[in-house]
Design a protein around this ligand. Structure first.
Ligand SMILES: Cc1cc2nc3c(=O)[nH]c(=O)nc-3n(C[C@H](O)[C@H](O)[C@H](O)COP(=O)(O)OP(=O)(O)OC[C@H]3O[C@@H](n4cnc5c(N)ncnc54)[C@H](O)[C@@H]3O)c2cc1C
Length: 400
């Protein structure tokens, strides 16, 4: 693996850092408290990113992006992630970023024009509907939402929750279990082959936002919503990719998507640590600055070491994705390590900064609150550990 960067990437990294420091961070006090208030701020910051030539780094050039590969994205997303608003401005925030990637890989040309192009331009937002109350969660095989083929239409029924960005989204990608039908249209039955992804317009009369789920984190446009599909009728052209391939496609989305979360959150951890270092250098306690106390030095050192290891894991997994590998092992390992590292680094920064750590005057309290869920979404740490462990034993068995 080559660790060198092109001059263009270094320039882009520096310009992104400057943009975040000079335009994005000063806008943080305007971070909307209400999910519906995001439109104006997001639009304004995206216009600024477009002007600065930083918009949509991950999107292919034909859709107006910068066309970076995963390893290049790792560098830029980390810079953008120093503020929660950075990825929103660059249009590389979840869930849109993962949806764009999946649409680019799987959607038909007509679907790309209808959904991907305006999404890539930041004109619309989207969401991804997979998790269900008492259904799909850590174990996606518990998927209950159904799609039945009747009289030339798909009828979707089911309830989803924690759907990020749902309020105000123009469409959702819905994962449903496709039931057997007399004409053999649906890949039916239990197990991995029975799921399909559907592109559902938010104004479909069969789709409804039930409520915004009140959560610990507040920094997502469109919040996390409970949504419902009631006899939601869509035609064949709403099928994303092939019928019955939903679980495979989920991996196309979730593998890179969990890694891009790692990239962005690493930037947030770095920012938290910057505050801790600065505070510890200036604040006196027991006759010397905090930075001169070994206990504090050790905390800062642990954060430095873990962030460095996290970055190398991200780059390694990104490199594997760039080689065309699915990189399931690498992205799972990175997800566990980075999510837990970021949690620890932010927690240490809060501790080093004392009461300032939990005051809303500084971004630490916000980062602490916003980051906790990362150990749960895109696969809880325990599930990734299970996958990694299983793979290790499978490999041993395969060797005989
Ligand atoms: C902030 C946030 C945003 C989200 N956004 C979206 C979204 O946009 N779209 C969407 O579809 N979903 C979204 N989710 C849902 C998320 O994907 C699920 O929360 C996650 O998959 C876990 O499912 P669950 O909450 O049902 O937990 P459960 O399945 O009930 O699991 C609970 C806990 O059990 C433990 N556990 C589970 N399996 C094992 C195992 N095999 N071994 C050991 N321990 C285990 C884990 O600790 C896990 O956290 C979001 C969640 C959060 C918190």
């Amino acid at each position: 693996m080559d660790f060198s960067f092109s001059a263009e990437l270094l320039d882009l990294k520096e310009r992104t850092r400057q943009f975040v420091d000079e335009i994005i961070i000063p806008a943080e006090p305007r971070l909307p408290q209400d999910v519906s208030d995001w439109v104006e701020l997001r639009g304004e910051l995206q216009d600024a990113a477009k002007q600065a030539g930083l918009f949509a780094p991950h999107i292919p050039k034909e859709y107006g992006g910068l066309g970076l590969n995963w390893r290049e994205c790792a560098v830029i997303f980390e810079e953008a992630g120093r503020s929660l608003l950075g990825p929103q401005a660059l249009n590389c925030a979840a869930p849109d970023e993962g949806n764009m990637h999946m649409l680019e890989k799987i959607a038909s040309p007509a679907q790309k024009e209808k959904f991907l192009r305006p999404l890539a331009q930041g004109k619309i937002r989207s969401c991804f509907s997979m998790t269900e109350p008492n259904g799909a969660g850590a174990d996606p095989n518990l998927l209950k939402t159904s799609a039945e083929y009747r009289n030339g239409k798909w009828i979707i029924n089911g309830r989803k929750w924690f759907i990020s960005g749902a309020i105000g989204a123009s469409f959702t990608i819905c994962m449903a279990r496709t039931l057997p039908s007399p004409n053999g249209r649906g890949a039916g039955g239990e197990g991995r082959s029975g799921a399909t992804m559907f592109l559902v317009d938010a104004d479909n009369p069969g789709f409804r936002i039930v409520r915004k789920v009140p959560t610990l984190d507040l920094g997502w446009p469109g919040g996390h919503a409970e949504v419902e599909f009631v006899n939601c009728e869509v035609s064949d052209d709403a099928v994303l990719g092939a019928v019955g391939e939903g679980f495979e496609y989920a991996q196309v989305r979730l593998g890179p998507a969990r890694l891009t979360h790692c990239m962005r959150w690493l930037g947030a951890a770095r920012r938290a640590n910057e505050y801790a270092v600065k505070y510890a250098s200036a604040r006196e306690s027991f006759g010397k600055t905090l930075s001169e106390h070994q206990g504090v030095q050790f905390m800062i050192a642990d954060s430095e070491i873990e962030m460095h290891a996290a970055r190398l894991m991200i780059w390694n997994a990104a490199y594997a994705l760039d080689q065309g590998d699915k990189a399931r092992h690498e992205t799972s390992m990175a997800k566990v390590f980075v999510a837990e590292t970021v949690n620890r680094v932010i927690d240490r920064a809060v501790q080093v900064c004392g009461a300032h750590g939990i005051a809303e005057d500084w971004p630490l309290a916000m980062l602490y609150r916003e980051n906790r869920a990362f150990r749960i979404y895109d696969g809880p740490s325990e599930v990734h550990r299970m996958s990694v462990g299983r793979r290790v034993f499978r490999r041993l068995k395969a060797k005989g």
